[in-house]
Write a new protein. Structure first.
Ligand SMILES: Nc1ncnc2c1ncn2[C@@H]1O[C@H](COP(=O)(O)OP(=O)(O)OP(=O)(O)O)[C@@H](O)[C@H]1O
Length: 295
């Protein structure tokens, strides 16, 4: 957000098309000519229903698409000005080591089950950044603490299966922030958690990203989850971006019928009395009034 006009944005995606194989002779165009920008320090939400192409877009930016030779990526993904479409694996490794951290929905697929948590956090600290030995151990505890884990010394000594789902998700946050990345891509980071734990983990992600000044790409099927945490929202449907705008504008003056429908689904959830972390009391009141007006 604060980048000078002539500086390349942190992430600039233009005309991105991703085709993935779905069977021996079949494929799906998961992403269709998507344009997307994330500036330094900016928080961007990507919303849309299951299968709309959010995850494939996020994974494209992290260089984490399936490795099959039948995967086709066209268009442009520039990270800090560097073109990454067609870049060699080593260039992507470097981007993930130092620029982009990713938090997934299911921590167990990401965490190494046979390695203590502390070591997994330590391994994501760039070499030389926090020193060695006890300085590095102190840094690991600091990152775990920043991710909202109390008694970090004890957590560091545990294996992933010895932690609750919410704690594991916080470990992923610690691993992501230990790189001090320019961008964190959080893909449905709390969908697998129950509502109260969800709220606390989102809050931690929110404050951690703010403290570090890191850009955030928050992917969710739930508009309510991204409402309070982002500056701008992209709404995806059928592999395309159907609406993009400032979060306030998308929430209050949605232009696309699909966004309007997504907002209605938020409304019905709140009408059912389900507490959603990211709906402000003001928006909740307004949505309730609109629902009454519309009925
Ligand atoms: N590894 C894969 N191989 C083949 N097809 C895939 C793969 N991953 C995703 N797809 C397909 O690509 C399309 C977009 O999927 P994507 O996961 O990006 O959607 P999404 O909006 O993130 O939904 P969800 O929240 O369910 O992940 C879908 O048709 C999906 O079936």
């Amino acid at each position: 957000m604060n980048a000078p006009q002539d500086e390349a944005p942190l992430v600039s995606v233009e005309g991105l098309q991703v085709v993935l194989p779905t069977g021996e002779r079949s494929e799906v165009e998961a992403v269709r000519r998507v344009d997307l920008v994330i500036r330094d320090g900016e928080r961007v939400g990507v919303v849309g229903e299951s299968g709309s192409g959010k995850s494939v877009t996020g994974r494209s930016i992290a260089g984490l698409l399936p490795t099959s030779p039948r995967v086709r990526v066209n268009g442009s993904i520039r990270i800090s000005g560097q073109e990454m479409v067609g870049a060699p694996p080593a260039a992507w490794d470097e981007i993930r080591r130092s620029r982009v951290g990713m938090i997934f929905q299911d921590p167990l697929t990401f965490l190494n089950p046979t390695m203590r948590v502390g070591r997994q956090v330590a391994e994501s600290i760039p070499p030389g950044r926090e020193g060695d030995g006890s300085a590095r151990t102190r840094a690991v505890h600091r990152f775990l603490e920043q991710a909202g884990l109390e008694r970090p010394e004890q957590v560091a000594a545990r294996f992933p299966h010895e932690l609750s789902g919410g704690m594991r998700q916080r470990v992923l946050i610690a691993i992501a922030i230990a790189k001090l990345p320019a961008l964190i891509i959080a893909d449905e980071p709390t969908t697998a958690l129950d509502v109260t734990v969800q709220q606390r983990v989102l809050k931690t992600l929110d404050t951690t990203v703010a403290d570090l000044g890191t850009s955030l790409m928050l992917i969710s099927h739930d508009l309510a989850v991204v409402a309070n945490m982002t500056d701008r929202i992209y709404v995806m449907y059928g592999g395309r971006v159907v609406e993009e705008g400032a979060t306030e504008q998308v929430l209050h003056e949605p232009r696309h019928a699909y966004t309007q429908a997504l907002l209605r689904s938020v409304r019905s959830l709140t009408d059912d009395g389900v507490e959603l972390y990211s709906i402000s009391p003001e928006l909740r009141r307004q949505l309730a009034e609109e629902a009454v007006d519309a009925s």
